[in-house]
Design a protein. Structure first.
Length: 165
């Protein structure tokens, strides 16, 4: 987002679990949610998202006449681009998958490093590797997994909250 002459990005880029910020703002207890807990398992879902996006383009352009010819041309161009990014072997990941995987590794390392230096009182770790970056339609699954992660950590939450009261 552009603000004045500056471009801003999400603070999660450098501080994905901002425990220090919460403490600086006066929090007595910090309960953090690490959405990156199993981020390294997301490679398969990135590939599935890429294929789903390709299928979506194919479906939406499946028209007749001139529009159908345009759709066919765009599909050929897309397939050619994917082939050139992938290389000659079908199991070779797309360039996007390599970049996304690299960013996931960096994000995971930053999260672990920040949490080790300033750990929260309780860390919730929802297991979201099966939900891809663009899977907005799966929000209900993510919410349910969030509830399960709270249930898994309920004893630690009760101890922590009991000690503060």
């Amino acid at each position: 987002m552009k603000r004045g002459e500056h471009w801003l990005v999400d603070g999660g880029l450098v501080n994905p679990v901002p425990v220090s910020v919460a403490r600086a703002l006066g929090a007595d207890i910090v309960i953090a949610v690490n959405l990156n807990a199993d981020i390294l398992g997301r490679r398969a879902t990135a590939r599935e998202a890429s294929r789903a996006a390709s299928a979506s383009v194919t479906t939406s352009l499946g028209l007749g006449g001139v529009a159908g010819q345009l759709g066919a041309s765009l599909r050929r161009g897309r397939d050619s681009l994917i082939a050139s990014l992938r290389g000659s072997h079908p199991d070779t990941p797309h360039l996007f998958e390599v970049l996304a995987g690299s960013l996931n590794i960096m994000q995971d390392r930053i999260t672990r490093s920040r949490a080790a230096g300033d750990p929260p009182d309780v860390m919730l770790l929802p297991r979201l590797a099966n939900i891809g970056l663009l899977d907005f339609h799966r929000a209900a699954e993510g919410i349910e997994e969030g509830k399960r992660s709270v249930k898994r950590m309920l004893p630690a939450l009760e101890v922590t909250l009991g000690e503060s009261g």
